[in-house]
Design a protein. Structure first.
Length: 481
């Protein structure tokens, strides 16, 4: 039996009325969750040998569906709601998704079910189930860097070992309530947020993105998010850099002390030490980590006890990391079962990330190997370094630098406010350039529209789709030179 399910049943015997899951107008105790799991099992257990796609917005129902799949060893595929129809069809076809569970009615074959006070719909498909790697319980497509992302096959046991290692790494005794600010279709939130909360005994509060001010389709309302965190007395959450920037910008305008928030885990992309220092001054306890889907999400993280803001933390206890002669980060444990389209066993993961481990055991992330810019003067520049420096300035919310084979570095910038004129932005760039060597200084820049998932310029985890952005701004970049 899964450790998650076993824990829920054991806790039901000891403290059945303790609240473990909450949402808008709903509180679920351990005994309530077991009841919900049993009720939904009546509908889903007959699909034990099927491949189920879960396309649900954040809510307690989403968690219940996931737990039922785990209980009955049903292969499940979380589908980000913002994936394009092309991406979804690719996933359905590649996995051989035979059942879709969604928030909305699909067709006359859809069965409506009430789960955790929410309507969900179970719909069979015409796709043919494909052969997958044995022991696979979850297939995640969180890379999303192309229209046809790869499927990563993960076992429940390995996922739970990562969650346990996180609990061991972080002192969770003071964390009583955790908020789901990222979609649970993102593996980072699913494992480090949801599963870690359940296993540690913290209440996991999960609500729709729109209800907490984080709906990308309508635009972020960070003040609404901060008010939610205070009202619900949230102790911990996970952020990506873009959300952290939004928090800091909002806190800078209107002081909203987050008195209950003790731990903010940060992942997704490189963040400068300057930005983390600014967060500390604003009273935010932010701890940067590192991970990838192929390794069950998190592999290292800073903690209150061991924190070096220039690093991405020390490796988890279940992790073995080495650095090869080319400075590439190699992860030998834990690793995925394999990719969906490749049944060959894998012994280690070549991350494609450049980094090093210092004498104190902290892992440092430099940037993506394939992203390295080589200027016409032969200088190697990690774009993530320059972008993190730009993003340390409150006036810049997003940035992408270019300059491969060119004589200087240029940047595409997204200001945090449309009220900033060119003179103001140039002043900000000048501040950044003061701390950069000549070969890395940003000589030209252009303000552009925000990078979002809707315009195909951001991945599920909030990382910029570098090649796609460069492609879409090909002429504008050319004009900078």
């Amino acid at each position: 039996m899964s450790l998650l399910i076993k824990t829920l049943f054991e806790k039901t015997k000891v403290c059945p009325d303790s609240i473990i899951l909450s949402g808008k107008n709903i509180l679920l105790s351990y005994s309530n969750i077991i009841d919900e799991i049993n009720q939904l099992s009546n509908y889903l257990k007959k699909y034990k040998n099927e491949h189920i796609a879960i396309s649900l917005e954040n809510s307690p129902a989403n968690v219940i569906v996931d737990l039922v799949c785990i209980k009955h060893n049903i292969v499940n595929v979380p589908i980000p709601l913002f994936f394009t129809n092309e991406q979804k069809k690719h996933i359905f076809n590649t996995v051989g998704t035979t059942i879709i569970i969604s928030d909305t009615y699909q067709n006359n074959q859809s069965t409506k079910v009430i789960c955790a006070k929410k309507e969900i719909f179970i719909t069979p498909t015409n796709y043919t189930k494909k052969t997958i790697i044995p022991k696979t319980i979850k297939i995640t497509f969180t890379s999303g860097s192309t229209a046809k992302p790869k499927g990563v096959c993960l076992s429940q046991e390995a996922i739970e070992q990562t969650a346990l290692s996180l609990i061991k790494k972080i002192d969770t005794t003071k964390i009583k309530k955790v908020a789901a600010l990222l979609p649970t279709t993102v593996l980072l939130e699913n494992v480090a947020g949801c599963y870690t909360s359940i296993l540690s005994g913290a209440t996991y509060d999960i609500r729709s993105q729109s209800s907490i001010g984080l709906d990308q389709t309508t635009g972020f309302d960070f003040q609404k998010t901060l008010n939610y965190l205070n009202k619900q007395q949230i102790n911990a959450c996970i952020l990506v850099p873009e959300l952290l920037k939004g928090f800091l910008y909002t806190l800078n305008i209107k002081k909203t002390p987050l008195t209950h928030l003790k731990f903010i885990a940060l992942g997704g992309s490189k963040v400068s030490s300057k930005l983390l220092s600014k967060a500390k001054k604003q009273g935010l306890n932010v701890y940067q980590g590192y991970g990838l889907s192929e390794c069950n999400s998190v592999v290292s993280v800073n903690t209150p006890k061991y924190n070096k803001i220039s690093s991405v933390g020390k490796p988890l206890s279940n992790t073995i990391i080495t650095i090869n002669k080319n400075q590439e980060i190699i992860i030998k444990k834990p690793i995925m079962l394999g990719y969906l389209d490749n049944l060959k066993p894998i012994n280690s993961i070549k991350t494609g990330d450049l980094g090093y481990i210092d004498k104190e055991g902290f892992l440092h992330f430099i940037g993506r190997k394939k992203n390295t810019i080589i200027t016409s003067m032969g200088r190697n520049v990690a774009p993530e370094w320059l972008e993190s420096e730009l993003l340390s300035q409150m006036e810049i919310i997003q940035a992408l630098v270019v300059g491969d084979s060119e004589k200087h570095i240029s940047a595409l910038l997204v200001p945090s406010s449309n009220k900033f004129n060119n003179k103001k932005i140039q002043t900000v760039v000048d501040v950044v350039n003061k701390n950069l060597p000549n070969y890395a200084k940003i000589k030209q820049w252009l303000c552009v529209s925000p990078f979002t998932q809707n315009n195909n310029q951001l991945t599920v985890n909030g990382r910029i789709r570098r090649n796609e952005i460069i492609k879409q701004y090909q002429q504008e970049i050319k004009n900078l030179y």
